[in-house]
Design a protein around this ligand. Sequence first.
Ligand code: ZN
Length: 104
Amino acid sequence: MEVILVSVQPEQERVSETGCWCCGGRYPEAELVRLGDHPEVGVCLRCARWLQRRALQRFDELHPSPAALVRSGIQAVRATVIRRGWHRRGALGAVLRWIDRHLP
Ligand SMILES: [Zn+2]
């Protein structure tokens, strides 16, 4: 009796990797945020955070308040750090990036 071995190939996994519409980078679906009315548009988590900061900055410009003033000061410090490249300096850069992750 002849035995025929048939191997079943697993269905090719669909890797839903698409690009970020902001930076153009390629990311898996889990690392993209989709727009509600335009789900074809995906933004990576890093760009989504950047957009959130830009939106908050715009909101603060339109609605001045003491909290907006504090956030504006934080943004000015952030811009100075980035302009001078301090965020790329070894241990100092690591500390500055850690602080940045916890700021609005
Ligand atoms: Zn992006």
